[in-house]
Design a protein around this ligand. Structure first.
Ligand code: B12
Ligand code: SF4
Length: 485
């Protein structure tokens, strides 16, 4: 019998396990920084929703396990060599890789587990996530393996095509998908009723249908942390640099050429009343006053709503930081933000070269940006800027312009984080390769290439890889030598 919603007392004895995988983005040269530890918002939201629906969830946070050195022999670096891992996942034996998974998964009990969900956050979580999936499927063939998380917007069909050990991929919101899957996985053909689900149907790969529930109805996240976990041995609050994640808006009103966030989800934001209620609950439940607003660009909600938000949360006496878009802000906004607890703002500056910004479809003006950064730091808010290197048509002249621009703004910038350009699908560039003078496809390595998955203006693949590596190293050396960053 198909079950839409379960009676709270109608508990199954089976369990649903959700696994969080650490990223190796920095080790892969995709980012200049290892991410700061915060619990996963996506999984906390799923946990909370499924619990409300009477589904018992076990959350395994492997990031936490590694940080706490609970698996000392486990080697995360093994996943950096993607070619080797890819071959192993395709069935070519490799003792070292094979053994590695036991070091971290051996004490996990999968008894009575019906479904294991693995959350893929970014490219740096892909191969470890797939290794876990293979391990579980081979050890417990009856367990259904489902992948989800932000990265599944970028890789989905190919995963199902390549790897039989993955049963399903959820693209987008996972709440109803996991609920329906868990309630009905014993019914034949249940898949077609499950929203946002990609699955194998005979020789074909099918996608069911897209469902986007209103963000206003999103559950208040449930984190499996205890206050004591947040205090490090030196007495500092581990979350003080970033904060407990909480999302106010979803989607983005901008359309940067390299980013798909603007088109993946419709833009929507929570009512200020809901934000206030949730933050109050989180503060009281976890005794935490530091929050990270996990929005793509918080000021997408518009100035009027931003002002309302700041006025409302002022009395909560919290500290917060968030990603902002470098536009549509006035000097007085920063004073109000500071009063409401804003500690740090993170900005996608990306480049100091007008040519590159235009190619990126970044509708920002470098003079205006300087003002914004000044207003922010004058108000006592820290500024962190993100820079992308290796963008299309970027030359050493453009890099010089970026460095000069950063020097000019130096007084108002507290931190710079560099990422290497990655081509992802659902972006303006991917959808219009000829406009950007790149070629996709032929001759490109097949093992999930992303970072160098294209030829640029006839430049051979290997040459581009070497050139970007060089730019990346040069710019990194510049920042390493500069103590402040
Ligand atoms: C907040 C955020 C962060 C925070 C994370 C805070 C936290 N602890 O949760 C911080 C600042 C730490 C961060 C760091 C990084 N991030 Co980030 N981040 C985001 C952002 C803006 C929002 C993610 C989020 O919390 N959304 C809200 C929650 C509720 O949604 P969700 O996570 O998608 O979860 C839902 C579904 O995905 C699904 N789901 C999730 N897990 C699972 C599991 C299963 C089994 C199922 C079925 C469903 C499911 O259900 C959930 C509820 O509906 C996204 C962009 C985006 N909008 O997705 C980028 C994004 C994911 N980040 C990105 C990157 C690159 C990074 C970094 C590598 C940056 C860097 N250069 O260092 C690091 C790596 C972090 C890591 N892996 O640990 C990229 C990934 C792109 C890519 N191709 O790889 C994104 C897409 C931004 C972008 N457009 O470029 N990030
Ligand atoms: S890079 Fe940031 S501002 Fe630009 S589209 Fe993506 S999320 Fe929006």
């Amino acid at each position: 019998m198909w079950i839409n919603e379960r009676e709270p007392n109608n508990q199954f004895k089976e369990n649903l396990v959700l696994i969080r995988v650490p990223t190796i983005a920095a080790k892969m040269g995709l980012s200049s920084e290892d991410p700061i530890y915060t619990p996963s918002l996506g999984l906390a939201q799923l946990h909370s929703y499924l619990n409300e629906k009477g589904i018992s969830v076990t959350l395994i946070d492997l990031v936490d396990k590694i940080i706490k050195k609970e698996a000392p022999k486990f080697n995360l670096n093994i996943y950096v060599k993607e070619n080797n891992i890819f071959k192993y996942l395709k069935g070519i034996p490799n003792k070292k890789i094979n053994q590695n998974i036991f070091y971290i998964m051996k004490d996990v009990n999968f008894k009575n587990v019906a479904i294991v969900g693995i959350s893929l956050f970014d490219r740096g979580t892909l191969f470890f996530g797939l290794h876990i999936a293979k391990f579980i499927k081979e050890t417990y063939p009856n367990i259904k393996i489902v992948l989800g998380g932000p990265y599944c917007y970028f890789e989905n069909e190919k995963i199902l095509e390549e790897f039989n050990f993955v049963d399903y991929v959820v693209i987008g919101q996972g709440e109803s998908a996991l609920e329906m899957m868990f309630n009905n996985y014993k019914c034949k053909g249940f898949e077609k009723h499950v929203p946002n689900l990609m699955y194998k149907f005979g020789n074909r790969i099918s996608f069911t249908f897209k469902e986007e529930k209103s963000i206003e109805d999103a559950s208040c996240p449930y984190f499996i942390i205890k206050s004591k976990d947040l205090i490090s041995s030196d007495g500092n609050n581990n979350l003080s640099t970033l904060g407990l994640p909480y999302q106010i808006s979803r989607g983005c009103v901008h359309r940067c050429a390299f980013c798909g966030q603007g088109s993946l989800e419709r833009f929507e934001s929570k009512s200020i009343e809901k934000v206030y209620r949730d933050l109050k609950t989180l503060k009281e439940s976890y005794g935490i006053s530091q929050f990270y607003f996990a929005d793509n660009s918080l000021n997408s909600i518009g100035r009027e709503k931003l002002i309302k938000l700041c006025n409302s949360i002022k009395e909560l006496n919290i500290e917060w930081n968030a990603l902002f878009h470098l536009s549509n802000l006035k000097k007085e906004d920063f004073i109000l933000m500071k009063e409401s607890g804003c500690k740090e703002l993170m900005w996608g500056l990306e480049s100091g070269s007008p040519k590159i910004l235009e190619l990126m479809n970044k509708t920002m003006n470098l003079n205006e940006i300087k003002n914004i950064l000044n207003w922010s730091s004058d108000a006592g808010i820290k500024n962190k800027v993100f820079i992308i290197v290796g963008f299309l048509q970027e030359t050493s002249k453009d890099i010089e312009k970026t460095l000069t621009y950063l020097e000019e703004c130096d007084k108002h910038i507290d931190k710079v984080q560099i990422s290497a350009f990655q081509l992802t699908n659902n972006t303006l560039i991917y959808n219009n390769p000829s406009y950007y003078n790149i070629e996709l496809g032929e001759g490109i390595p097949k093992n999930f290439p992303m970072r160098f998955a294209f030829y640029e203006a006839q430049e051979p693949f290997e040459k581009r890889e070497q050139r970007i590596e060089q730019i990346y190293n040069d710019i990194m050396i510049h920042f390493i030598l500069k103590e402040k960053y």
